[in-house]
Ligand binder design. Structure first.
Ligand SMILES: [Zn+2]
Ligand SMILES: [Zn+2]
Length: 221
């Protein structure tokens, strides 16, 4: 059985990451997607909405999306989830050094639970599916909860994530979108990792019409 999550978005940290809190409306259990800083703001929202967070779900291992992991883990009894490839990649000292140069920020991608494509995470009565979408980073994932897809830096409203950072690949990114995202129902809500578009979120139907990476590179093939 699956239920639709309650979803709250706050923008965190100096890299303006979309942090999402999703919760099971029946049990009040929840998860935090990509805590990009401002741990206090995240904790205040959890308290206000009476949500008991069980997991941190990282869409990928870039420092701007995981910077508040440790702070929140200290404050709450929760487990950090990340795809196994990013957990390994962003633990390498050479990669962290490169990341520091590329992003001006780095922190090890430590995870309590290392995810694989197709894994599911249960939060109350919610089932969250892990969809491995490499390209922005080797272990980038999207999380599907009910009809909402949390796309991290893989897919933005009208845009896609960078593929020029270390571990990135444009061809792999497009292939992930083609094989794993555009096959989902058209009314799937797209909730990206940054608010870079005309609107903070969209639908897959809108992206199929308006996102030039989908219309010109994937559908025009
Ligand atoms: Zn990123
Ligand atoms: Zn980002």
């Amino acid at each position: 059985m699956n239920v639709e999550p309650a979803v709250y978005r706050i923008v965190t940290g100096e890299y303006q990451v979309n942090t999402y809190i999703l919760s099971c409306p029946e049990t009040g259990e929840g998860a935090i997607i990509d805590p990009g800083g401002d741990g206090n703001k995240i904790l205040a929202l959890l308290k206000e909405k009476r949500i008991r967070a069980r997991y941190i779900l990282n869409t990928h291992g870039h420092a701007d999306h995981i910077i508040a992991n440790r702070e929140l883990k200290k404050a709450l009894d929760l487990q950090i989830c990340m795809h196994e490839e990013d957990a390994a990649f962003f633990s390498r000292p050479d990669i962290l050094k490169t990341e520091e140069k590329e992003l001006g920020l780095s922190t090890p991608g430590k995870a309590d639970i290392k995810l694989k494509d197709g894994d599911t995470i249960t939060v109350g009565k919610l089932t969250i599916r892990v969809i491995h979408t490499p390209g922005h980073s080797p272990g980038s994932v999207c999380y599907l909860a009910g009809g909402s897809l949390f796309t991290g830096d893989t897919l933005f409203v009208g845009d896609v994530g960078r593929s020029d950072l270390s571990g990135g690949s444009f061809a792999t990114l497009l292939n992930s979108i083609k094989e794993k995202i555009i096959v989902l129902p058209l009314d799937t809500k797209i909730l990206p990792g940054h608010d870079y578009g005309e609107t903070p979120d969209s639908t897959l139907a809108w992206e199929m019409e308006e996102n030039p990476y989908i219309t010109d590179f994937i559908l025009a093939e």
